[in-house]
Write a protein that binds this ligand. Structure first.
Ligand code: ADP
Ligand code: MG
Length: 330
């Protein structure tokens, strides 16, 4: 998804170097670069939030989750490229100031779709949500009250990687789940003031657990729908600065590198695949099933059209092209 140029970029006179060619092709042209990339879909600056929801396959993903699959959508790209906008829209700062419905992101649209389906099925679906962030390689619960504490990540044969003692909150209405999303995002943001630029310094994962209450004949199904807002992918310069910032930068680099590495290996033909190092970071452990296992995954690569972002844009597009070659076995 290519976002529009921002006011600052326009005022500065930045050149627009990214163009959608239609049919899933996107073209990048600048002084010494000229490249075309192909994807399942490309959304340009004019695409509405609704068009992205309908055109990205998000609705099908929600339906598959109801049918018992593990579905994941993740937004990837440099800071300011539109990841949070795509997932949540220009998130309302408070509940008294809700965002315009037309601007709601993939998350709220998926919640509506899910609850509609749930109602039409005579509410035989039990829904619950968990929300966590990975900050400096620590997993923190965004829904449990009180100061954030690190939760252990474990592995079991039946569940794969999972977070121990993670809070899961049941919900039955759109208001309830949107309010959980807001609460969690604010908890993520509160620390932003204390910990410089924290909001883009952590990965946030919201998971909806969908359980079909077994009707007498058919077995009960358990699906998940997970939304991942990744930390900015820009290469953080090794400034040699000590303390918090360099620790943050290192852990983001490490986890995004680990993610990129897993994706590269997964993109190889099955016969040539070696061991996939999911254990290299908390992020890849938590995404293991979505990435290469039995999950169904939608990746939204977010880019800026500005010439100033060229190298990050190319890096995002290459990353996404590799991700596209990964085949899962749902
Ligand atoms: P990120 O989460 O990748 O750091 P944001 O989603 O916060 O980036 O987007 C950065 C800025 O650009 C925000 O002010 C956001 O409102 C704006 N923006 C992003 N994508 C779009 C879009 N498709 N249309 C309009 N504004 C957008
Ligand atoms: Mg963001």
């Amino acid at each position: 998804r290519v976002r529009p140029l921002t006011c600052t970029e326009t005022r500065r006179g930045d050149q627009q170097v990214v163009h959608s060619l239609g049919d899933g092709a996107v073209h990048v042209s600048a002084a010494r670069h000229d490249a075309t990339f192909g994807f399942s879909a490309v959304f340009d600056a004019g695409a509405s939030q609704e068009a992205v929801f309908e055109g990205s396959g998000m609705r099908q993903l929600v339906e598959l989750a109801i049918d018992g699959f593990s579905c994941t959508v993740f937004a990837f790209g440099q800071t300011g490229s539109g990841k949070t906008y795509t997932l949540m829209g220009p998130l309302a700062q408070s509940e008294s100031q809700p965002a315009s419905p037309a601007l709601l992101g993939l998350m709220q649209r998926s919640f509506s779709c899910l609850l509609e389906q749930s109602r039409s099925r005579g509410s035989d679906l039990a829904l619950s949500a968990s929300y966590l962030e990975i900050y400096n390689e620590q997993v923190r619960d965004l829904l449990s009250p009180g100061p954030p504490c690190a939760l252990p990540l474990r592995w079991s044969k039946t569940r794969g990687f999972y977070v121990e003692n993670q809070l899961s909150v049941e919900f039955e209405s759109l208001e309830a789940i949107v309010s959980l999303l807001l609460q969690g995002s604010q908890r993520r943001r509160t620390s932003a003031h204390a910990l410089n630029r924290h909001s883009s310094r952590s990965h946030a994962l919201l998971t909806i657990h969908i359980r079909s209450r077994a009707a007498s004949a058919c077995p009960s199904k358990q699906g998940t729908l997970c939304f991942v807002d990744l930390a900015g992918s820009e290469r953080v310069k090794e400034t040699g600065s000590s303390g918090e910032l360099s620790v943050e930068a290192n852990s983001i680099n490490r986890s995004l590198l680990a993610l990129g590495h897993c994706i590269s290996l997964l993109a190889k033909p099955r016969g040539k695949r070696t061991h996939i190092p999911y254990r290299d970071s908390k992020l890849t452990r938590l995404l293991a099933r979505s990435l290469g296992g039995s999950g169904i995954t939608l990746m939204v690569a977010c880019i800026s059209p500005s010439s100033r972002c060229l190298s990050e844009t190319l890096s995002t597009l290459h990353y996404a092209s590799r991700a596209r070659r990964v085949t899962n076995r749902p």
